[in-house]
Write a protein that binds this ligand. Structure first.
Ligand code: UD1
Ligand code: UDP
Length: 368
């Protein structure tokens, strides 16, 4: 029996790895699955895991309020050493491009255990955008044995970097497996504060490169949009103090702006489904929105997920106040343009990433 170690630490890793963990646990005689939570995130990662009924086998519980990259990186890497000694995995799974992803892959490499990288090959080729995620995923790509790319574009990026083609697989994104599994039976949640006569703009934002002046311009744009009587804004605020502080200061107590706590995954999916427009800098939300046919404005200058931009449903608006207001106004006031950009499609996955990854893993073990 092979032991698979899943190292995860943040909300998006929990949402995107949970369906895969559950999938491998369906074959208990072939795979022993160990879930190690670094605790890079605390409340919001447990919030995400609980939706899938998962509890960690190891919880390093490392989050510090307002942690710096130095603190999270050094603490997570050191704390993983005894986990590898104890679990003795045959393969380590990491996902995406967070500090936990980098530390999980590095700890595995130091332990001579091969790494499977889920959502491999995303690139902007700009180390500052997103920071530090672009560097994290490039570094993980150098020490990965199984590159599990969601899309053909991501796979080509890896091949162009010289990654051996027989180590790259195109699997679809496991986040879309999670979304399609949950959306099929998603209940309707009660949102007493929502006014059905208004168009709801769902907002999220937490990227480090937008902290400071970028966040101020973003909030000013939201204030201007909220002054319209036909609009309301719902903003589940990320718990990072660099986000929460400025957002609450700029947008608290505005009648058409609802600043709410980070939502459990299911109600958040319901909010996406009910929204008119999504304005976000989140990677995961950019991938999920197209499944509901929602036009998405991305408050970033570059994206590592160009497929939905090419398909026309996602548009990059950066943190330029006028541009955000202008682009949102087009969608709010021009029904033809809105219809053109609200097509249901999903270039990131078809809900079958987990069985494809299982197949790749079985072939890999058979080849050893
Ligand atoms: C991290 C990832 C980012 C990912 C995001 C998803 C890195 C470098 N960044 O950014 O790629 O898109 O998660 O949300 O890995 N906090 C809480 N409770 C929580 C979670 C966070 O209070 O449950 C607060 C803490 O004060 C913490 C801070 O948020 O110190 C920042 O958390 P951190 O994981 O360092 O960065 P994120 O901005 O969340
Ligand atoms: N999400 C959630 N609750 C929220 C906001 C987002 O469950 O209040 C989900 C969202 O559906 C997506 C994931 O969290 O699956 C995205 O996480 P985040 O934006 O924190 O990180 P990123 O994807 O940018 O790395």
């Amino acid at each position: 029996m092979r032991t698979l170690l899943f190292v995860l630490g943040t909300r998006p890793e929990a949402i995107k790895l949970s369906p895969l963990i559950l999938h491998f646990r369906k074959s208990p005689s072939d795979f022993n699955v160990h879930l190690c939570l670094t605790g890079q995130h605390r409340e919001i990662v447990h919030q995400a895991l609980s939706v899938f009924g998962l509890t960690p086998d190891t919880d390093l519980d490392l989050m510090l309020p307002g942690q710096t990259l130095f603190q999270s990186t050094s603490r997570i890497l050191s704390a993983l050493e005894p986990v590898f000694s104890k679990v003795k995995p045959d393969l380590t799974f990491v996902q995406g491009d967070t500090t936990t992803t980098l530390c999980g892959a590095l700890a595995s490499f130091y332990s001579n255990v091969p790494v499977a990288h889920v959502e491999a090959g995303l690139r902007t080729w700009d180390l500052a955008k997103p920071f530090p995620e672009e560097a994290n995923r490039q570094m993980v790509g150098r020490i990965t044995a199984l590159h599990l790319a969601a899309t053909p574009w991501a796979a080509e990026n890896l091949a162009r970097e010289g990654v051996a083609e027989d180590t790259i697989s195109i699997t679809g994104n496991t986040g879309i497996d999670a979304l399609l599994q949950t959306a099929a039976t998603l209940p309707h949640f009660d949102w007493p504060f929502l006014n059905p006569n208004r168009k709801m703009i769902l907002v999220t934002g937490h990227r480090r490169e937008n902290f400071g002046s970028g966040m101020d311009r973003f909030c000013s744009a939201l204030r201007r949009l909220a002054s319209r009587s036909d609009v309301e804004i719902v903003y589940p605020v990320h718990p990072n103090p660099n986000v929460r502080g400025p957002v609450e200061a700029a947008l608290g107590n505005l009648p058409n702006v609802h600043l709410i706590a980070p939502q459990d995954y299911l109600p958040f999916v319901d909010l996406m489904r009910r929204s008119y427009i999504i304005l976000t800098d989140s990677g995961g939300v950019q991938e999920e929105g197209p499944s509901f046919g929602k036009p998405i404005l991305v408050s970033r200058e570059v994206t590592e997920r160009p497929e939905a931009v090419d398909a026309g449903t996602v548009r990059l608006v950066g943190t330029d106040e006028d541009k955000i207001v202008h682009e949102a106004t087009i969608l709010l006031d021009n029904p033809e343009e809105y219809a053109r950009r609200s097509r249901i499609h999903n270039p990131y996955g078809d809900g079958q990433a987990c069985p494809r990854i299982e197949k790749v893993v079985r072939v890999y073990f058979e080849s050893l």
